[in-house]
Design a protein around this ligand. Structure first.
Ligand code: NAD
Length: 729
């Protein structure tokens, strides 16, 4: 069975139907493209064909390019990529020119697209090459070019066509941010031409009535001017100057795709259309051979998808949750109740006082109200979601819950008490999960009658925004509990990683050393602005000092005290504590007190680094190099990730990379800590570690695994890319 079907109707319209066998969503392969090409040739050569409609045999049009194909193209090197991309341009350009006479622009065959639903990436670039796009009035459909989200940009003419169609300014959010729209919004923006009930019928009718002039794209007509002005036009000039600054401000220059996209648009705007396609292909090739693109596609698309689909799920029956009990209706509990109800799960939200439980439910009401104000939520939807949440103090309401998520105070005594109370009511086979961020799961499980059914489900704050959920197996946690947690995370549409139980699990284990390294530098007299900028310029969303201001200094004090108590003499962070305890003594607790490493204005808006901090920790005359600061900040996180993998806390580097990007925003351009080490090479990583160890001591010592990879010349993904555990090597 082939990816496309060709059928000539009695009305003279050839319908080319995209319907990739055994897939729920069409994706473009190289073979698919070749077949489409042959069908276009056939239609153009056949006198009986009056026009062509390209459509889909599935509820959606297409999800995009098969990214595995992109990986294959990349393996062939730059020339192979460029040639492959130019072949696609040739086919799409053939569709666009449709056999018309190049001089008179007459005699072409009209080709339209009928989109039943979602059309993404190449699934929109192909329609953009046709003469008219008809979309079904399907509010669930998503239309757009999301390539930038995985570190590439639309390289099959989407960039050049969209800019020529709507102008650089209007196209910017679709290209630079990968903005997706429903069909009506896509029509308002000028991406699709018509939104209709039956796009196939409308497209057929259109091709039968189309005139020669209907087939000539604006850029192929005489006197074409780019909407909003080309770069040398005064208005266009402003657009490009502004866009360049904006892109650099947002990406700090670390995302090669954004920069290349902008260059393709700018340079392409200066030359005729076919030349512009060639320029687009060159920049696309350059991005594709950059290791950042491979790493981003691998982590943010392929592996993220694999984890969401249950790559590491034990083989047990469906464990989807029907009724969840959430214990503790504070900041986390309220968010967990909300995301569960949004997924259609019945929720019992319990707190010690009815008022507190009601406040927790009110959080969902406020969230839905905001959605209604933005016209994203209907009154019925609000009622339905709130109707799923019962806020109460009565544990008897937990009867029938198949999952409990506990989010009471971070205190083992309180947690033990609510565990016992809930277990007295819930079914024997229910799973009990704790949202603790610091307490070992194995210890907390002692309060449970059924430790094999006890597990950690660690959410990040704010729950409704953060994409990652860390699932933690205690020593006795069994496979059904793991499957339950994974199925639940899938229901609430987040990305799971599954890790083993050790201090701070995975995400916090890596993020705490990052914050601490920033704080150490303050004590050493490194300019705090240099520290913060160094972090952002290597792709971290927040500098370490801003991050600790956001999470609060007193939380840092609390964690430091608890860690010290647990570790005794082995505790390595006295230098950090000196700064943090001093800040706490000053009452500078971070954003919540409007004073931390930064100053804040009355409204709580962050200003510059506080003079109180720089007065107390005067800046040294000799400041380190930017890359030196960056190496310290990155290695602090990355070495913890490697150690977590060596120790078996992480069982799969794919989880380590996806978790790092989604959990704490680790430099997404790099594809994650392991992918970053592969990009720089284990040999170079060892050199950096050795230099840092010589200067700062044991915390930068090279992990044995990294040394081993350097010795054999291997990479993490080369050795462990399919999800093998370190201990299995
Ligand atoms: P919170 O103080 O906002 O909420 C805790 C809630 O539990 C309060 O409403 C409290 O009234 C309730 N509670 C206390 N004892 C109770 C009892 N015996 N019975 C019923 N309810 C009781 O705290 P939070 O920030 O929501 O954190 C809750 C848990 O989630 C903690 O274990 C914390 O470590 C963990 N966590 C927090 C974050 C975060 O960023 N805040 C992130 C991940 C995990």
């Amino acid at each position: 069975m082939a990816d496309f079907k060709y059928e000539l109707g009695a009305d003279g319209v050839a319908v080319i139907t995209w319907d990739v066998p055994e897939k729920s969503m069409n994706v473009m392969s190289l073979e698919g493209f070749a077949l489409l090409d042959s069908f276009i040739d056939k239609a153009l050569a056949d006198d009986a064909v009056k026009g062509v409609v390209i459509t889909s045999g599935k509820p959606d049009f297409a999800g995009g390019m098969d990214l595995n194909v992109i990986a294959e193209m990349r393996a062939g090197g730059a020339q192979a990529i460029f040639d492959g991309v130019m072949r696609m341009h040739t086919i799409l350009r053939k569709i666009e020119l449709a056999g018309m006479d190049p001089k008179t622009k007459k005699g072409g065959k009209p080709i339209a697209t009928a989109l039943p639903g979602t059309a993404l990436g190449i699934g929109l670039e192909l329609p953009l090459s046709t003469h008219r796009i008809f979309a079904a009035d399907n509010p669930k459909a998503k239309i757009g070019l999301p390539e930038i989200m995985v570190g590439i940009f639309p390289g099959a003419g989407g960039t050049t066509r969209l800019v020529r169609k709507m102008g650089a300014m209007v196209a910017a959010p679709f290209l630079l941010e990968g903005k997706l729209s429903d069909p009506k919004k896509a029509r308002a923006a000028g991406i699709v031409d018509e939104v209709v009930e039956d796009p196939l019928a409308a497209a057929k009718a259109w091709v039968l009535g189309a005139t020669d002039a209907d087939l000539v794209k604006p850029w192929d007509a005489k006197g074409y001017k780019m909407p909003g002005g080309a770069p040398y036009h005064p208005a266009g000039f402003m657009t490009f100057v502004g866009a360049s600054a904006m892109v650099h401000g947002k990406t700090m220059g670390v995302y090669p795709a954004a920069k290349a996209l902008l260059s393709a648009v700018y340079e392409g705007a200066l030359v005729p259309f076919d030349q512009a396609l060639k320029i687009e292909a060159r920049w696309f090739t350059k991005v594709l051979i950059n290791p950042s693109a491979t790493a981003m596609i691998r982590s943010l698309f392929i592996n993220k998808g694999a984890l969401e689909k249950g790559a590491n799920r034990p083989d047990v029956a469906d464990q989807r949750v029907k009724k969840v009990g959430v214990l503790g209706a504070g900041m986390m509990g309220a968010g967990i109740a909300l995301v569960s109800a949004l997924a259609g799960i019945q929720v019992v939200l319990i707190d010690a006082a009815q008022e507190a439980a009601d406040r927790g439910k009110a959080y969902s009401a406020a969230y839905l109200d905001k959605g209604m104000a933005r016209k994203k939520v209907t009154a019925e939807k609000k009622e339905a979601v709130l109707g799923l949440i019962t806020a109460t103090t009565d544990y008897a309401a937990l009867d029938g819950c198949d999952l409990i998520v506990e989010a009471v105070f971070e205190d083992p005594g309180v947690k033990a008490e609510v565990t016992a109370k809930a277990e007295a009511v819930i079914p024997e086979d229910a799973i009990f999960a704790t949202n603790t961020s610091t307490l070992p799961i194995t210890g907390l499980a002692k309060a449970s009658k059924r430790p094999e059914q006890y597990i950690g489900i660690h959410f990040f704050s704010p729950v409704e925004k953060m994409l990652l959920v860390e699932i933690i197996k205690g020593r006795e946690t069994g496979p059904v509990a793991v499957a339950k947690a994974l199925d639940y995370v899938r229901q609430i549409k987040k990305t799971p990683i599954v890790v083993n139980d050790e201090r701070f699990f995975y995400a916090n284990r890596c993020i705490i050393p990052y914050i601490n390294e920033g704080i150490r530098m303050v004590a050493e007299g490194v300019n705090p602005t240099l520290i913060e900028n160094a972090a952002k310029m290597v792709g971290m969303p927040l500098g370490p000092l801003q991050l600790v201001d956001e999470t609060s200094i007193d939380l840092g004090v609390k964690i430091a005290k608890a860690t010290k108590a647990a570790m005794g003499d082995a505790y390595p962070d006295e230098a950090v504590d000196e700064v943090v305890f001093w800040m706490a003594d000053q009452g500078r607790l971070g954003r919540k007190t409007k004073s931390g490493f930064y100053d804040y204005d009355e409204a709580g808006k962050r200003q510059g680094i506080s003079a109180v901090v720089t007065d107390h920790y005067p800046q040294a005359t000799d400041q380190p190099e930017l890359t030196h600061v960056q190496h310290r900040l990155l290695m602090a996180q990355v070495l913890e990730a490697v150690r977590a993998f060596e120790a078996g806390v992480l069982e799969d580097i794919r989880e380590g990379d996806v978790g790092a990007i989604l959990g704490w925003g680790f430099a997404p351009w790099s594809g994650g800590p392991f992918a970053w080490l592969d990009i720089i090479g284990a040999g170079r990583a060892v050199e950096i570690c050795e230099a840092l160890t010589a200067e700062y001591g044991a915390r930068f010592e090279t992990p044995a695994l990294l040394r081993d990879l350097a010795a054999t010349g291997e990479t993490f993904y080369g050795r462990y890319g399919e999800g093998q555990a370190a201990t299995a090597a």
